[in-house]
Write a protein that binds this ligand. Structure first.
Ligand code: GRG
Length: 301
């Protein structure tokens, strides 16, 4: 990645993350369940990179709208992402004690409250988006449908279910194929990343062609993000990652480097990133979003 693209990403994050963070905790300032709000705010503030909100706001800018027009979509996306991580960390799922170097929600607050914190964030995402007075009702309904489909059983939740089934089959001696892995990630990680760009398109009142280009770019960015995540896991020092690799192998976790080799996974990553760049090139203002897509594929953490 050349210096100007990385400087572009830095400048965009410095501009958009504070805008997003000036809004995203407001709904939890009052309410009748303050301890539950504390658990939700704990996970929202636990050090996430805000990739989905920033992708969403940059998508709106890419079609010529203001980032602020996509703020309620950006906030809803981060609520859903945070809920998915809280539930993914639970003993019944991945059973992780740490996330981003901090105790997971169920370790800090207990299992029941963590389940409810996830439920609270999931539902607040839709309440928040549905209440945005600046988004015309027809676009609000469109955005709610796109978000529901991406987050639900046709998207992220469905991908998580296929992942659990695949791990059980792999442990039973029937490993997941490359096509199976791609389907899991297209749903589990890709659906919400793709929705991030599509919601930016909706909020930014994009033309049909620009919305389609953003959807296709989102699909490719989602795939690239997952491949890079697998590569980072595979190339982290064995000592630092020993616990996780051992645990993942025991669970039957199949990754791109395992199926394609490290070189093959890097090639697939490059191809997916190039597909994203090609789609974005047709948009009125693609520079920042293209720089972020490149950065995500080359990120080191
Ligand atoms: C439990 C309903 C349910 C769904 C869980 C998305 C998901 C499904 C689980 C997350 C597990 C995981 C490690 C997925 C791989 C993709 C990934 C690296 C997600 C983390 O996203 P980042 O890097 O997270 O944007 P931060 O910490 O920056 O917010």
């Amino acid at each position: 990645m050349n210096l100007s693209a990385s400087q572009q990403v830095k400048a965009d994050l410095a501009r958009l993350v504070p805008l997003f963070e000036s809004r995203f905790l407001l709904p939890f300032a009052d309410g009748e369940a303050p301890h539950l709000a504390e658990a939700m705010v704990y996970s929202l503030q636990a050090g996430g990179k805000r990739i989905r909100p920033v992708l969403c706001m940059l998508a709106a800018e890419a079609v010529g709208a203001a980032a602020a027009s996509a703020l309620s979509c950006a906030v809803a996306l981060e609520y859903i992402h945070t809920y998915s991580l809280i539930h993914d960390d639970l003993p019944a799922m991945d059973d992780d004690d740490l996330r981003r170097g901090k105790p997971t929600c169920h370790v800090a607050f207990g299992e029941g409250p963590a389940i409810l914190a996830g439920d609270g964030l999931l539902t607040e995402a839709f309440t928040h988006l549905a209440s945005d007075p600046d988004l015309p009702p027809s676009r609000r309904v469109d955005a709610l449908r796109v978000l529901g489909e991406a987050a639900g059983w046709r998207g992220m939740v469905g991908g998580q279910a296929l992942d659990l089934e695949g791990e059980a089959r792999t442990r039973g001696g029937e490993p997941v194929t490359l096509a199976g892995l791609q389907q899991i990630h297209r749903l589990k990680t890709g659906a919400l990343l793709r929705a991030s760009l599509e919601l930016g398109a909706i909020a930014g009142c994009a033309s049909r062609e620009d919305r389609e280009a953003l959807r296709a770019a989102g699909e490719a960015i989602g795939l690239a993000f997952q491949i890079q995540d697998d590569i980072l896991d595979a190339t982290s020092t064995t000592e630092a990652m020993g616990k996780r690799v051992g645990k993942d192998e025991g669970r039957g976790k199949i990754t791109y480097p395992l199926l394609l080799g490290l070189q093959g996974a890097r090639k697939a990553l490059q191809e997916a990133t190039e597909r994203a760049r090609c789609q974005l090139a047709s948009l009125p203002n693609p520079l920042s979003l293209t720089a972020l897509a490149t950065y995500l594929a080359e990120r080191g953490a």
